[in-house]
Design a protein around this ligand. Sequence first.
Ligand code: PFF
Length: 453
Amino acid sequence: MATSTTSKRGNWNSKIGFILAAAGSAVGLGNIWRFPTVMAENGGAAFLLLYAALVFIVGFPVMVGELSIGRKSQRNPVGAFRALSESKFFPLVGFWGVMCGVAILSFYVIVAGWTLGYFFEQIFYSAGWFEWAEWVADTDNGWLNAGVAIVFMAATISIILGGVSDGIERAVKYLMPMLIVILVIMIGYVLFQPGAGEGIRAYLIPDFSAINSDLLLAAMGQAFFSLSLGMGALITYGSYLSKKENIPEVAGYVTLADIGIAFMAGLLIMPAIFMAQAQGLTVFNEDGSLFAGAALIFQVLPELFHNMGGIIGLIFGASFFFLLSIAALTSSISLLEVPTAYAIDEHGLKRKTAAILIGSGVTVISIIIAFDTSLIGTIDFIFSDIGLPLGGFMLCIFLGYFWKMGNAKLEMEKGFDTINDHWFFPVWSIFIRFICPILIGIILVTTIINWLS
Ligand code: PFF
């Protein structure tokens, strides 16, 4: 296997460029479509508190670990584990991460494609082209699903082709501020509409009786997926990070951005659901549970925007789906960057060849899924719910017991020169060696037992 140690790797041009790219990876469909409804169904603010606790207890320490491994090794996940230990096993863990990236990307581009489809649906509907609107929104149409996934993948590949700073960093510098501005304006409008207060209450009043082991599983899965952890995306992004940066500090910003935007998405979506209900739209299933995920985003909200009517409906509807497309794009580029970096570092491919080859290969899988979208749930379960926490667990074992904490400290010292006198490192070590693997392990075993029984 050719390992091209001499090839020049990309670098982030600035600290803010890195933070936007990593936050862009984290903030995605997971935040805007999954988080608010999972939370609403699982005890509202009680879930938020539990989720926030898991994000800080497990997510943040693992993120610091991924970034340290990436920056030290200057490699993709497979090369990183190979460079830092003699073990033959851990590079396989890296390879599992690359596989998770490929698998998640294969369905992610389909759901992302739907957000593009609905962007056009809103425009066609406003223009009075109802047949076109209906056609472009038909998520059961395999050819259409394949078409929108191909468009989305082409956009993802085109950014990856530009490389780290001219491709990814340049794109996120426009896209992330745009996402935040659209989100804030939409929240500002929605909060003053009839029904909004009820939505906010349902969202923010905690129901602690809803906390149980299932909730813990949901919160852990959501934390790994949402923070893009466990598959080496942040090992890869960390490999382009300057030695001047303070890793715990930048990881802190990325974590806060992710949880902050998930929380804000709830402030938009929960009032919107109750507004829709006030207008007589169906928002609850027959068993009384709230519509979630796809049903909510692709049924209730488009109708709500139609009902708003006129230019406001058009602006809102089109902006909302544009917002989702941006969030999805900044995440899909990180999903493709992981296998691309692997092919460049480990197999000596040129960036262009790697991105096109892998992007096209993943598209073939996406096309198969496009004709049977029930596969999405299965792939998501295996690679996101099990695959990512498993990767995170192995990472903790590697950091705590193979690479050793002292080496992690030496890497973190760069950009954090007071680390020897700081409380951060001893606390982080305890989390990585004991608390995180034990918690992830318990939750993983429970998930697998529940699945088998
Ligand atoms: N964090 C993304 C989201 O919340 O939608 C999904 C994701 C991106 C997961 C990148 C994993 C990853 F490496």
